[in-house]
Design a protein around this ligand. Structure first.
Ligand code: SAH
Length: 266
């Protein structure tokens, strides 16, 4: 297992936020227009908006500026981010923003996570080939697809039925046939498939669910945002170090949609 300093990661999401503010403040259309004409390639040859080529360019730019430049280092994770076409996971009205480094609405009050956060959480799981990974909060299926690019067994749970059904259809049509999906309350985990080497939670509860702690294999890692709805939430990396002991490290402040319980779900 790769060990990292706790301090180093405590500021990572905050540094990312700072970068967003800076890049938003610094970008100007004039800057893109300046410079000599590029010989041999007319501006009219830019790939048409919405074409496969245009999406491929935007995806590569997202990986470079929003993933690598923000400090994601694991080559497998960077490659997985590069391999998943995020525009297939966002609603049609947001296609123009599919490769921007922020969350987007996916309906039912839910969001597809920010690409950087997906990469960070995936990296923090410290996956090894053959690991069994449980995701709570399938949503669009994007994080599940990123996990599906790694040589691991993926299980994902979603409480809102229409989102669960749509994600299943989307993942199947994109060829992620091996990802196991379940429409159920992820607070309770997936006991029949436990133990898991890694669990990633993409909605924030106000406490760490006991069933998830118990479904971790010894040596396994739980990455989970914890905090009040709309308030300060902290991303935690919790390692089960022995049958009855856990070690936790904060990865910094984040903002996620709330983890809801069965009676509140769709
Ligand atoms: N990983 C998703 C992000 C989805 S947002 C993606 O990549 O698109 C978080 C998701 O968690 C929402 O779809 C929400 O409906 C779901 N969720 C909230 N509470 C849940 C619970 N108790 N069990 C399972 N899913 C839950």
């Amino acid at each position: 297992m790769r060990l990292r300093g706790r301090f180093a990661f405590a500021w990572a999401p905050a540094a990312g936020l700072l970068l967003v503010v800076l890049s938003a403040a610094c970008s100007s259309p004039a800057a893109e227009d300046s410079g000599p004409p590029i010989s041999g390639r007319q501006q009219t040859e830019l790939p048409p908006q919405g074409s496969a080529e245009a999406y491929a360019e935007q995806l590569e730019s997202m990986v470079q500026t929003g993933i690598v430049a923000w400090g994601i280092t694991q080559p497998e994770v960077i490659q997985a981010m590069r391999a998943v076409p995020r525009h297939e996971f966002v609603p049609p009205e947001y296609l123009g923003q599919a490769y921007e480094n922020h969350p987007l609405p996916i309906g039912y009050g839910q969001t597809i996570s920010q690409p950087y956060i997906v990469a960070l959480m995936t990296q923090e799981l410290d996956l090894e080939p053959g690991d069994r990974v449980l995701e709570i909060g399938t949503g669009s299926g994007y994080q599940a697809a990123v996990l599906g690019q790694l040589e691991v067994e993926v299980y994902s749970m979603e409480i809102v039925e229409p989102l669960a059904l749509a994600a299943e259809e989307r993942l199947r049509s994109l060829g992620y046939a091996d990802i196991q999906l379940r429409h159920a309350d992820g607070y309770l985990g997936w006991p029949e498939e436990a133990p898991f080497d890694a669990i990633v939670v993409t909605a924030a509860p106000d406490h760490v669910p006991q069933p998830l702690l118990l479904q971790l294999a010894v040596g396994g890692v739980l990455v989970i945002p914890v905090g009040p709805v709309g308030g300060y939430q902290e991303l935690w990396r919790i390692t089960r170090t022995a049958e009855t002991s856990y070690d936790s490290a904060s990865l910094g402040g984040v903002r996620f949609v709330p983890l809801v319980r069965e009676e509140q779900g769709g």
